[in-house]
Design a protein around this ligand. Sequence first.
Ligand code: F3S
Length: 406
Amino acid sequence: MHLTAEEERVLEGEAGEAESFAMKILVNLGELEGAEGFVPIRSAHISGVSYHTAGDALIKLLEELHGMGARISVPSSLNPAGMDLERWKEIGYPGDFAEKQLRIIELYRKLGIDITCSCIPYETPHRMEPISFGDHLAWGESNAVIYANSIVGARTNREGGISALAAAILGRTPDYGMHGDENRYPTLVVNILGRMDPLHFNLLGAFIGESYNSQVPYFTGIDIPVVNGDLKQLGAALAAKGGHSIFHVKDLTPEHGFIDISEREGLISERITITTEELEEAKDDLYPPPGRTPDVFVLGCPQFGISEFQRLYRAVKGRKLRKEKRMIVYTNRALREMLDPTLIPAITASGVEVYDDTCMVVSPLDRLGFSAVGTDSAKAAHYIPKMSRIPADLMPLEIMVDLAFE
Ligand code: F3S
């Protein structure tokens, strides 16, 4: 990697121990990935926050960084934690878990990071550093990465918690991968026939993610306008199932014109057509096997935004949750500030619980006594069994409401 004289001095420790430590991490990463140099970033988004997923090793790392005098140098936000930071007792999290989680949050705060506990930093521009087309970022959290690249046209690799933190300290990131045009060009054309409903976006993302995981998909035939929640789900499923960092939608996403370059240069390796009837057939396989009925239904992966709250309100209006069921929605405090203040009270009046700062994947659902989970998110259905060892079934919101409500 080519370092400037200033970057060499940082590496040698002239700017401080923490900066040198961060530079070593990024130089190692850059050399591994074939980067020639660094690119300055507008913001960082740090994943790796939950004590449930990161454990004591994270506390140790943050304490060491704090001891070195580390501070961030660009606006930086935080992914969800393992619990609602204010209402954890009410939900039932054990005190030992809460104590460790609050220690992690405190250490991040001391580094200067904004304690947003949000995985949808792109949806709360009033609270976050806004991002625009062409901005370079160092974001962790795969759904946020794919959203920033695809829907906004900003540029970020899928950072790990440590590389995002190092980039936040230095205000730069190695220049490779999604930072250059060549890795953003479409390589697969996916033509959709039929009208997509919200779960179709999840199923489509899961299918393309699993079957075409090294391709950059370009979707045609999707009816526009689509609501933001649908694109979030498409991206989250692609990223969870296939590790994708970008997709394009004809006439909608800002870099959809890259298809012209791809066609001219012969980069398109395959063209496929998917009908909504085929996606419907996939839906039929989703329901829980006989004898397994979820006792909790979880929504908000990625965390709920405005359009998702409005849709849920329409679905539960005038209905009452069954006594033996729970329905939990995850969002964040900055998003709440953007909502009609009557909306969440109207939803919780039906028995639904709404929590901030966390989600169903990074919180220890297994410690809350649930035996089976229903969710409308392909990403959550993919990760819950791995993280909390509880079976999770993907199903449409309407079916979840029918199973959970009188
Ligand atoms: Fe967000 Fe948790 Fe899903 S961090 S994308 S809600 S796994």
